[in-house]
Design a protein around this ligand. Sequence first.
Ligand code: NAD
Length: 502
Amino acid sequence: MTVLVKPQKLVDAKVREFSMLIDGKWVEGVEAGTIERVAPSHGVAVSRYKAATKDDAVKAIAAARKAFDDGPWPRMTASERSGILLKAADMIAARADELAYLDAIEAGKPITQVKAEIAGAADIWRYAAALARDLHGESYNTLGDGTLGVVLREAVGVVSIITPWNFPFLIVSQKLPFALAAGCTAVVKPSELTSGSTLVLGEILMEAGVPAGVVNIIVGTGAAVGPTMTGHPDVDMVSFTGSTGVGRLTMENASKTLKKVSLELGGKNPQIVFPDADLDAFIDAAVFGAYFNAGECCNAGSRLILHRDIAEEVTARVAALSQKVKVGDPLDPSTQVGAIITPQHLEKVQSYVSAAAGSGANIALGGSHIDFGFGQYMAPTILSGVKPDMAVAREEVFGPVLSVLTFETVDEAIRIANAVEYGLSAGVWSRDFDTCLTIGRKVRAGTIWMNTFMDGAAELPFGGYRQSGLGRELGRHAVEDYTETKTLNMHIGARTGWWMPR
Ligand code: NAD
């Protein structure tokens, strides 16, 4: 049924050892404990990191604070900072194969896909370098003879950056270069499952000329270092990407010292399809949207909302194409769907499928795991006859599982699309301009794709409505997110006031 790409055993796999980066030095950490990553695709250990404790997090924050308060980074010209970011982008491109291998083996992502992500990440570093030189405030020479107003943009300070496992290198690249472009310093914590590529980024940044203490990278569980990174009074801003639940905790913790918070969280993204759509193009996008990154993607198009007149035909065609998707060895360049991140996560994905089937949904394709004898994999799965109130239609499954719902009117499609707590992205498929724009305006999501799905560019802002997050990444305002606004209100000439003659 599914096209399988059986993984080759990793017979001579070496476990790569990583330290943590604090104040420009690679260190073992206070307790010298370790975290070992087992490849989800091959079931063997591939990376070992030094595990940070609360004390390490405090040291990293102190280094970032000192680098911000006393160091050269925030005081350099934008041209100098931009030059270093451009150098980093070149070095990312030069080490692309190494970075791609780490993300593929630690996260189970297909190698061809990850290579494109690393190239995209290098492009984002270049974009941030360009924005660095255009960061500026405003001036008001219109406030009367006695006043000149100048609005400055100043770096917000020390930023805690926390990232998830599903796009390890890409997501840190959606945050860190913009923070650096603004003149901030940072403590970065990648997911403890996929920290390798972020630590290599640390090597690149040191070599590119980022001064000591500006970027500190620690590896640890959320429980061990999360509360310190999100609550410490010396941190000015938290930029978090991950689940909505942990996002909420992050915000609660940051609220104690009223930090600025940016949150990129989960999604339950619909693709709404009308009978007049280019169905050939849609079928391809449906399969891509559902199974890209094994569905472990905040932007996954996990809900198809099909017009009743085409639902049966479209479901059958999506199922037919889904069977051609190549699932298996992430290291094989032909693979399209790799491994599932952990055995526990595979169980969770499967429990959504069985609960949906138990509530009356029909398993039109797949539904079970794939057993290669090691690692964990899930077959592309389609559930038809899904009702909007089922958990699989409302909650983020984060696996290669597609739910099919139906509608009859535009209003009903919009209602179903908006009937979840998320609002990250959505797709609409129709050749009718009015239909696309009506959906585009009324669906509450941060990105609406029209007759395409999951395209992106560094220039386009990305983020969610409602419980999909707070704030936007990328786009030309991305650097401003890492700044504070300061007003200089300047008086010219003799001042008149309360006790002075007017
Ligand atoms: P997660 O929330 O479990 O973990 C994310 C990060 O937070 C990890 O580094 C983790 O160690 C850390 N963390 C855990 N507990 C913490 C705590 N108490 N305090 C601070 N940090 C803590 O998410 P995940 O399973 O790694 O990633 C999957 C989730 O990420 C999905 O919900 C997905 O939709 C979301 N995501 C969103 C976007 C987006 O841009 N909107 C992009 C990718 C992933």
